[in-house]
Write a protein that binds this ligand. Structure first.
Ligand SMILES: Cc1cc2nc3c(=O)[nH]c(=O)nc-3n(C[C@H](O)[C@H](O)[C@H](O)COP(=O)(O)OP(=O)(O)OC[C@H]3O[C@@H](n4cnc5c(N)ncnc54)[C@H](O)[C@@H]3O)c2cc1C
Length: 381
């Protein structure tokens, strides 16, 4: 086993941290308050290679692995989880689905534009009536005169209102249940494709989450992504990687909250000394640090396995479950360590507290992760 970062990984973390501190940190509060999508920063991240971290260089990607990808998401999210989730949904859901399941032609058409950040991607599985039970998708795609005609609505799609390309799942054979759902690639100006409500959220407010609507949206045959009728099964493979993203998002935000709490505990004086000298505060910091390390180790294991071509359903679910719940605990304690100042917007921890909650919900709730892990455990005996 090897527990050292490579010099390149150390350098990558430093570069992303410097970028995040310089280009994101000064605007975080304003973007959050105004729900402003940071388009300019996303374009810059594209030019730096962070919108296509895990895709090969010949397709315009950075050609790196999932550990490097986790480092990028962590460092962006340490400063602003909204930027983290925008980059994560773009990389590991939309672009990765096209990269993993797409034809050579689809890869050549979409990956370079997405990896450069010129185009933004979104990925629509969830529907109003099909959340945890995503196989209950109601959006339909019917074959007509050599085209597929989509009708229905998707909800909670990250990046929807800024996306140039959407990957969406629709029922192509109702009787076949899970094996009757297909994935489609839709470009934003396609007739019959439109955006609905953009949600007003508790946290991650600078990221755009919204509805995608299909009204007789006609797509040529070549816009079917992957095997016909197997789009749901392929989605589960995509989510295996996606959960590494959400774990990294959790770890990044938890690191931001922990760093702020540690710093504050040394500055804030009560009863004539810094509060960091009280053992109760030290115990909180210790538990936060242990949670953070454990979350990182679980996630790097999943990332390493994915980079080595292994199936990571169990490991990425474990990482996502643990990291997201740990991050909620850490953000909670970070607010507590700040006392009253943790509750006001002049300090960064109230935002981490609001933002981090999404991680126990998105890409499968904690309850669903436990279900996924239980299935894997029972199957292995
Ligand atoms: C900010 C944000 C961004 C998102 N981005 C995307 C995106 O880009 N693309 C996309 O497709 N989706 C996205 N989602 C949707 C997200 O994945 C779903 O919200 C999530 O999967 C839960 O579905 P639901 O909201 O319908 O909750 P429900 O499925 O209705 O769950 C409600 C509660 O019931 C529990 N529950 C449900 N079934 C079971 C069960 N069998 N056993 C035990 N408990 C159960 C759940 O755990 C939860 O606590 C996003 C959501 C948010 C809030």
């Amino acid at each position: 086993m090897e527990f050292e970062y490579t010099p390149e990984q150390v350098q990558l973390r430093k570069a992303v941290r410097e970028f995040a501190e310089a280009e994101i940190a000064p605007h975080v509060a304003e973007w959050d308050e105004g729900q402003i999508f940071p388009l300019e920063v996303i374009r810059k991240l594209g030019r730096l290679g962070y919108m296509g971290v895990v895709f090969p260089e010949e397709l315009g990607g950075a050609g790196l692995g999932y550990i490097e990808y986790s480092i990028v998401i962590e460092e962006l999210s340490r400063v602003d989880g909204s930027v983290g989730i925008i980059v994560a949904a773009h990389n590991s859901l939309c672009t990765n689905h096209i990269y993993k399941m797409g034809s050579d032609e689809q890869r050549r058409r979409y990956i370079p534009q997405l990896a450069s950040g010129e185009w933004i991607g979104c990925w629509s599985l969830t529907e109003p009536e099909a959340g945890s039970d995503a196989a209950g998708t109601r959006t339909t795609a019917v074959e007509q005169d050599g085209c597929w005609v989509l009708n229905g609505a998707k909800t909670f799609t990250t990046n929807a209102h800024f996306a140039d390309v959407c990957v969406a799942m629709a029922v192509t054979d109702r009787a076949a249940a899970q094996h009757g759902i297909s994935a489609f690639i839709i470009e934003k100006n396609t007739s019959g494709y439109r955006l609905g409500k953009k949600e007003n959220k508790l946290g991650l407010r600078a990221s755009a989450t919204g509805e995608v609507i299909f009204e007789n949206c006609r797509l040529p045959e070549w816009q079917v992504l992957g095997r016909l009728h197997e789009g749901f099964v392929d989605s589960l493979r995509v989510l295996d990687g996606g959960r590494i993203s959400i774990a990294a998002l959790s770890i990044g935000m938890a690191q931001g909250a922990y760093d702020a709490a540690l710093r504050y505990s040394k500055q804030r004086r009560q009863f004539g000394r810094p509060i960091s000298e009280f053992q109760t505060i030290q115990n909180k910091l210790v538990d936060m640090a242990v949670d953070l390390d454990a979350a990182r180790l679980l996630n790097y294991r999943a990332a390493w396995m994915l980079d080595h071509g292994r199936r990571v359903t169990r490991e990425s679910s474990m990482a996502k479950l643990f990291a997201s719940e740990a991050a909620v605990r850490i953000a909670n304690e970070a607010v507590q360590i700040h006392g009253g100042y943790g509750f006001i917007k002049d300090y960064p921890v109230e935002k981490f507290y609001r933002d981090v909650k999404l991680c126990t919900i998105g890409e499968g709730t904690s309850e669903i992760q436990r279900l996924v892990i239980a299935r894997q455990l029972l199957k292995s005996e």
